[in-house]
Design a protein around this ligand. Structure first.
Ligand SMILES: NC(=O)c1ccc[n+]([C@@H]2O[C@H](COP(=O)([O-])OP(=O)(O)OC[C@H]3O[C@@H](n4cnc5c(N)ncnc54)[C@H](OP(=O)(O)O)[C@@H]3O)[C@@H](O)[C@H]2O)c1
Length: 345
């Protein structure tokens, strides 16, 4: 499969600004330095985003992600400012994350900052397209904004007509509260329908956010990546570190705290099967003075996807942003792809 349309082809890249920033971060070099910020276009929309984002599902989520035990708002605030200082300015949230707490935290800490924000409408259970406007207003209030850069349907609702739903999203764009429309967890055919429905309003479908990582390569074989390339839709890769498994810090003996240990990457024999891939990540990381997470994220960026790794603190944000500064040789990418063939189905 060829790289996707938002792979960093130079013509799509644009140097936004050179900024003199004071590096006052913990563990930072402590010196002022000029940082060139590069952005990519989100599909064929007018929205420009950093080629790597930050996912905020964990922000406020006490059950799965242990918010309030392992980390709280001070750590999140540092993750936010570290990301922004490193040129990672695209933040993905959703009305359901932490039941609105993720949006609220993001609203507080991003106030007055030049960042790009995506959120999501959760249609379940049985919401109608009439709920879109109200849900959007509630999200905007929590985010303390008058508009969002990307508004996404979180999961396709089978009981709702795509035309009607996209029409409600088109109304949101016309109202000036939304800059671009995206979907999430849509199949190739559902994406095509959404794309066609928006075209009736002279709008484009900017993105489809799906699970994609070295431990989940389905988008390469289920038609989603192909449809993205064909229609010029950005593929936003969620859970790009396989919920932390690709960071290399977990093993059958050392599982994450809380119910995450029962989720796919950690369940049953899955971590055992992933051992050779994790070993390859470690050896590539060592050779490049990088980390497993950085290699896993760089591979996705090179595939043309836009990864949005979750970060709970400054150290994780710093490390993940480092993926923008490393490169993989073609032979290294091929080795990763061979080692992860099992997850390409
Ligand atoms: N649209 C959807 O249906 C959907 C579904 C899932 C996710 N998403 C989006 O995608 C985002 C990212 O996915 P995700 O949060 O599920 O999983 P992920 O990005 O694959 O993993 C994130 C977790 O990995 C660990 N981690 C992150 N960076 C690390 C580093 N550098 N070193 C070591 N550990 C690190 C952290 O947890 P620990 O430190 O606790 O291990 C972090 O919370 C979400 O926040 C959300 O915005 C969307």
């Amino acid at each position: 499969m060829d790289a996707l349309p938002n792979a960093p082809p130079m013509r799509d890249r644009r140097t936004l600004q050179g900024r003199l920033e004071s590096n006052s971060l913990k563990g930072g070099a402590g010196s002022n330095r000029m940082r060139l910020m590069t952005t990519v276009r989100l599909g064929r929309s007018s929205v420009e985003v950093s080629p790597l984002g930050v996912g905020t599902w964990a922000w406020g989520d006490r059950g799965l992600w242990q918010y309030g035990k392992e980390f709280g708002e001070p750590e999140i605030s540092q993750a936010f400012s570290t990301s922004v200082a490193r040129g990672v300015t695209f933040f993905d949230t959703a009305e359901v994350y932490g039941r609105g707490v993720s949006e609220r935290i993001l609203g507080r800490i991003s106030k007055g900052q030049e960042v790009t924000i995506a959120t999501k409408f959760f249609p379940w259970p049985w919401r109608s397209s009439a709920a879109v406007g109200r849900a959007l207003d509630a999200s905007l209030a929590r985010l303390q904004r008058t508009s969002v850069d990307l508004y996404q349907v979180h999961w396709p609702p089978p009981w709702l007509s795509t035309r009607r739903l996209m029409s409600a999203f088109a109304d949101a764009v016309r109202s000036g509260k939304v800059r671009a429309v995206g979907v999430s967890n849509y199949s190739a055919s559902q994406m095509r329908k959404a794309h066609a429905a928006l075209a009736e309003h002279d709008l484009v479908l900017a993105s489809n956010q799906v699970e994609y990582s070295l431990l989940r390569r389905k988008p390469e074989v289920n038609g989603v990546a192909d449809a993205c390339r064909e229609l010029g839709i950005a593929l936003i890769a969620y859970s790009p570190l396989a919920l932390g498994a690709l960071s290399g810090k977990y093993s059958a003996e050392r599982l994450p705290a809380g119910p995450r240990r029962w989720m796919r990457p950690f369940r049953g024999e899955n971590l055992k099967h992933a051992a050779p891939l994790l070993e390859l990540l470690r050896s590539l990381a060592e050779a490049k003075a990088a980390t497993c997470s950085q290699i896993a994220l760089r591979w996705l960026i090179d595939r043309g996807a836009l990864p949005i790794p979750g970060a709970k603190n400054a150290a994780q944000a710093e490390e993940n942003a480092g993926a923008l500064r490393i490169s993989l040789a073609p032979a290294e990418r091929e080795a990763l792809e061979r080692a992860s063939l099992r997850w390409k189905r």
